[in-house]
Design a protein around this ligand. Structure first.
Ligand SMILES: NC(=O)C1=CN([C@@H]2O[C@H](COP(=O)(O)OP(=O)(O)OC[C@H]3O[C@@H](n4cnc5c(N)ncnc54)[C@H](OP(=O)(O)O)[C@@H]3O)[C@@H](O)[C@H]2O)C=CC1
Ligand SMILES: CC(=O)[C@@H](O)[C@H](O)COP(=O)(O)O
Ligand SMILES: [Mn+2]
Length: 386
């Protein structure tokens, strides 16, 4: 029986993780849950799972959460409220901490889980990208981070086929997003509603928008480099609109191992919770008796420059990846509020990254990384306002 803490339990990853643990009550006990603001959803989940503690990031919602818990008949559950609440729960030593929070705000919880010795089932790719070496330095044992991001789960599964010395390249697949095939000129006028129509996955607003700009793939290239210790120059991206192959590893003898499955998150989440074991049941497999065509195409870096920019910030390292991510988080909000166009998102991120070259930050401490994150947010906001 593994004890589990689920951060971001009210989101897309969090609710699917709860589905997995509820299907396997003999394998998992949920200690704690955390959310940003959704106290009603959190209280309902706490009642279903019988957890000991819940956290809400919005400090003003602690009393509302207590009332919702009492109404759900679960008074007695500990309530933690405020910006440090998720990190508090993450650091309490559950066997597994699933980080399903969105954004760089997931950095402290990621570090807290690792420092407490828990296995970190990592969906919150932003914390690894922005924290980079700080997160790597907090790792105490092999396999302490188990990737939940589907591409990286696929790579981790494929890597079981060979040793690190036998790996030549990692190949990360990309859907291409809802605007695949469009030119830069056509992208100028796409709307937020169109950007939220991901071809295959129902996900939160930020990651769905990042899939449309390809910033998600940029983050994932850096994530793969950091997780698997493969140079950025040997992490490729291929557009595969069906997303049946979730990513691949090419080995030195010319063999490629790919992991395939329907485009859903249940398998990566289940593996994140139970690694290295597979649970049964989790999801249905691909029906190989049905005719199907799977396409593969190169990425259009002119229309979608986000991956090229991510490689640049990944090579620059230091606080550059944190700046890329933070500026993007601001621009995603600005796009959805109507303040900027779709193509302005990556253009603005690029301008903030360029400006950062003149005043690089200190990546050797969490405070330094968060200062760079805050600097990039201010800079992006100024550009958006201007
Ligand atoms: N969804 C997917 O299929 C995939 C997601 N990921 C990654 O997983 C992470 C979560 O994505 P997704 O589930 O789609 O996102 P959602 O927007 O659906 O959920 C985000 C979760 O984080 C909580 N949250 C928001 N702000 C804070 C905060 N300041 N402190 C603590 N918790 C907060 C939200 O709470 P509330 O509901 O109260 O706002 C919610 O529970 C992201 O990093 C994403 O890139 C990776 C691969 C696939
Ligand atoms: C499910 C998952 O891991 C997401 O990151 C998804 O892969 C997004 O796909 P694209 O960014 O390729 O559209
Ligand atoms: Mn992914």
């Amino acid at each position: 029986m593994r004890s589990v803490t689920i951060l971001g339990s009210t989101g897309s990853i969090g609710t699917q993780a709860i589905d997995v643990v509820r299907r396997h009550p003999d394998r998992f006990r949920v200690d704690a849950l955390s959310a940003g603001r959704d106290v009603a959803g959190l209280a309902k989940q706490a009642g279903q799972l019988g957890v000991r503690a819940v956290a809400v990031a919005d400090a003003t919602r602690g009393d509302e959460l207590r009332e919702a818990l009492a109404a759900a008949g679960t008074a007695g559950v500990e309530v933690v409220a405020g910006p440090d609440a998720a990190a508090d729960l993450a650091g309490r030593g559950s066997d597994v901490v699933l980080n399903g929070i969105t954004g760089s705000v997931g950095l402290r919880p990621t570090l807290a889980a690792l420092e407490a010795g828990s296995t970190l089932a990592l969906a919150n790719k932003e914390s690894l990208v922005v924290g980079g070496p700080l997160v790597q330095a907090a790792v105490r044992r092999p396999d302490q981070i188990v990737p939940v991001d589907s591409e990286h789960s696929a790579i981790a599964q494929s890597l079981r086929s060979g040793t690190a010395a036998e790996v030549r390249r990692l190949v990360v697949t990309a859907s291409g997003g809802p605007f695949r095939g469009m030119s830069r000129a056509e992208l100028r006028d796409v709307t937020p509603a169109q950007a939220l129509r991901h071809p295959n996955f129902a996900m939160g607003r930020v990651i769905t928008t990042n899939s449309a700009t390809l910033v998600n793939k940029g983050l994932e290239v850096i994530e793969a480099h950091l997780l698997f210790d493969v140079p950025l120059s040997r992490v490729d991206v291929v557009v595969h609109p069906q997303q049946m192959i979730h990513s691949m590893v090419e080995f030195v003898d010319g063999s490629t191992i790919a992991q395939a499955g329907p485009p859903r998150m249940l398998v990566p989440i289940a593996l994140g919770l139970s690694w290295p074991d597979r649970l049964d049941p989790v999801d249905v497999a691909i029906d190989w008796t049905q005719a199907a065509s799977w396409e593969f195409a190169p990425l259009d870096d002119e229309a979608f420059p986000a991956v090229r920019l991510a490689r640049q910030v990944g090579e620059a390292a230091g606080t550059f990846p944190a700046v890329y991510n933070a500026a993007n988080e601001v621009c995603v909000d600005a796009f959805h509020s109507g303040a900027i166009r779709f193509t302005d998102i990556v253009d603005t991120v690029s301008a903030v990254v360029d400006a950062h070259a003149a005043e690089p930050g200190d990546a050797s401490s969490v405070a330094g990384v968060l200062a760079a994150d805050a600097w990039a947010r201010r800079r992006a906001q100024d550009l958006v306002a201007g």
